[in-house]
Design a protein around this ligand. Structure first.
Ligand code: SF4
Ligand code: SF4
Length: 415
């Protein structure tokens, strides 16, 4: 296994600062969970003391890719980039397991998601996912229970189909936005996606949702770099006609801004990816920048906010969602302890590593419960799904919402 930035690996002085911020280390107190342990593992592979095999891959996959270690490393070791590079190297040498290959293939085939959603919708209408939190749930294998708990909502109609039938959303006096309707938002959180559309309309922008592909985050995480690059190129072609590109999914937004690194060696797409990154914004970042019209309706709710890793560390967006929530009259905003600590979802990690994910997610649910909030808000569909599951497991009825749902609701009641 080769590292393009092997020098970065040896910048680690084993100070241990990363252990104090690693959610997995804090739950397990196992050195291999923290970045320091993983860096030591990769050093051993790089200098030939250890073979790059399945055992190394398993250790590297004990990671949320939350970025807390990289953000807190005094030696600026790009830990998560190194872990991703190592995963890609291992995927190349060892291949990927069949279930992962099937999952990644489905995500890069929009027709597969369209075909699967009605079945998932029926499954949910019958209340079958609730089995996970009932007496039967304890008897299920942990991965099956986690899969049931981590199921995103599956409305019968996707965002795209609803937006096609909806009335025009404004004159677009301030321009047109290319909205990136990612897999999770389009198929699972269509209500929140419609709220984003409404808010962009209220801010004076016309919204178009070009036919985009999966952002490529899952492919990159599992090391299928070539598919991630292919998806990136297709998304660049679909979006580059827009002056403004907006995402309301933290992971998709971070991916679009990252294409410039992913395609840095592609002479045809390098500059196009740079241009796209400069035009892309998370919805909260975009609305604050473009001074969205203040809501008037009194919404008497105690609200707290969870920072998605891909928004706070991936995109540096921290103040804007809070600014939006505080702008809603009647909202009593309360900050939770460790708001920027990962919730433990991390895409499919919550299914492949159920115990670790539930440990981290349980801590997050406790932090939310301590605030005595009525609503917890987060701008990432993966986090929303995990927060709902972790709160439900504790018997809590706290509502979990995307910030655009709460914001759009506060205008609707006023009109
Ligand atoms: S904080 Fe950085 S330098 Fe310190 S042990 Fe972790 S990775 Fe190494
Ligand atoms: S990315 Fe997160 S989970 Fe992974 S080692 Fe770093 S702090 Fe721990």
């Amino acid at each position: 296994m080769e590292f393009s930035e092997i020098a970065a690996l040896f910048k680690c002085n084993k100070c241990g600062s990363c252990t104090s911020v690693c959610p997995l280390y804090q739950n397990t107190v196992l050195e291999g969970m923290a970045a320091r342990g993983k860096v030591a593992l990769l050093e051993a592979v790089a200098d030939g003391r250890l073979e790059a095999g399945e055992a190394v891959r398993a250790k590297l996959e004990d990671c949320l890719l939350c970025g807390a270690c990289a953000a807190n490393c005094p030696s600026f070791v790009p830990t998560t980039d190194l872990f991703l590079e190592a995963r890609a190297g291992l995927a190349k040498e060892l291949g990927l397991p069949l279930p992962i290959r099937l999952l990644l293939r489905a995500l890069s085939t929009p027709g597969a998601l369209a075909a699967g959603t009605p079945g998932l919708h029926l499954f949910q209408r019958l209340g079958l996912p609730q089995i996970a939190d009932g007496p039967l749930g304890e008897k299920l294998p942990p991965m099956i229970r986690a899969a049931l708990r981590s199921m995103p909502p599956a409305p019968l109609r996707s965002y795209r189909s609803r937006a096609r039938r909806a009335e025009s959303n404004g004159t677009g006096v301030r321009g047109t936005v290319g909205y990136f309707a990612g897999c999770f938002m389009n198929w699972g959180y269509a209500d929140a996606a419609m709220a984003t559309r409404t808010m962009l309309g209220r801010a004076g922008f016309r919204v178009e949702a070009p036919a985009v592909m999966c952002c490529g985050v899952p492919h990159r995480a599992y090391g299928d770099i070539e598919t991630a690059r292919e998806l990136a190129r297709k998304n660049i072609v679909a979006l580059e006609q827009y002056d403004h590109v907006v995402s309301d999914c933290a992971s998709c937004g971070a991916a679009l801004k990252e294409y410039k690194h992913l395609l840095k060696d592609d002479p045809e797409y390098r500059e196009r990816a740079e241009t796209l990154a400069g035009r892309t914004a998370d919805i909260s970042e975009f609305l604050v920048k473009h001074e969205f019209p203040p809501p008037q309706f009194h919404t008497p709710l105690r609200v707290t906010y969870h920072d998605p890793c891909h928004l706070v560390r991936g995109q540096g967006v921290k103040s804007q969602p809070r600014e939006i929530l505080k702008a809603i009259p009647g909202v009593e905003y309360v900050e939770m302890q460790g708001a920027d600590v990962c919730c433990g979802a991390a895409g499919s990690f919550c299914v492949t590593h159920p115990e670790l994910s539930e440990g981290v997610g349980g801590n997050k649910a406790d932090s939310i419960l301590e605030t005595k909030a009525d609503v917890v808000v987060s701008g990432c569909p993966s986090c929303l799904t995990q927060l709902k599951a972790m709160l439900a497991a504790k018997g809590s009825k706290i509502k979990v919402m995307h910030p655009m749902e709460l914001l759009a609701e506060s205008y609707r009641k006023n009109s």
